[in-house]
Each structure stands twice: as C-alpha cells, then as structure tokens.
Design a protein around this ligand. Structure first.
Ligand SMILES: [Zn+2]
Length: 69
C-alpha cells in the first residue's frame, strides 16, 4: 500500500515538474525562415536576402556576379 502512495506522489511530482519545465521553455521553437543560397561562382553559402541575384543564379559579391556574366 505504501509503495502505491509513493508511486502516486512520484507521478504527481513528475507531472508538476514536467509542466514547470515545459512552461519555462519558449512556447514555440524559433523556426528559421532564412534561406541559404549558393554563390554560382565560388560555391559560398550566403543568406538569400544578402545574396546578389541574377535570374536564377545567386552570387556572394558583385565581382562574382560580373565574372560570371
Ligand atoms: Zn562568390
């Protein structure tokens, strides 16, 4: 009988601690919406927003953009 009580208390503590632990973490993990693209000239990976785009191709710098065109 005592073991059952201990198990019940243990489960209760587990649930409480689990809930506290979960609530202390951010509600939703930060999902990265930043897309990485590859420079056509040197193969360097850069953020799409920072890359220079020409048609379907991306470049890391003006030098590489001009070198390819
Ligand atoms: Zn490049």
């Amino acid at each position: 009988m005592r073991i059952l009580v201990l198990i019940a208390i243990g489960l209760l503590l587990y649930m409480i601690i689990g809930r506290l632990w979960r609530s202390s973490r951010p509600a939703s993990p930060k999902i990265s919406t930043e897309k990485m693209v590859k420079c056509k000239q040197c193969g360097l990976h850069i953020l799409e927003q920072e890359a220079l785009r020409q048609g379907d191709n991306y470049y890391c710098s003006h030098e590489h953009l001009e070198a390819d065109s």
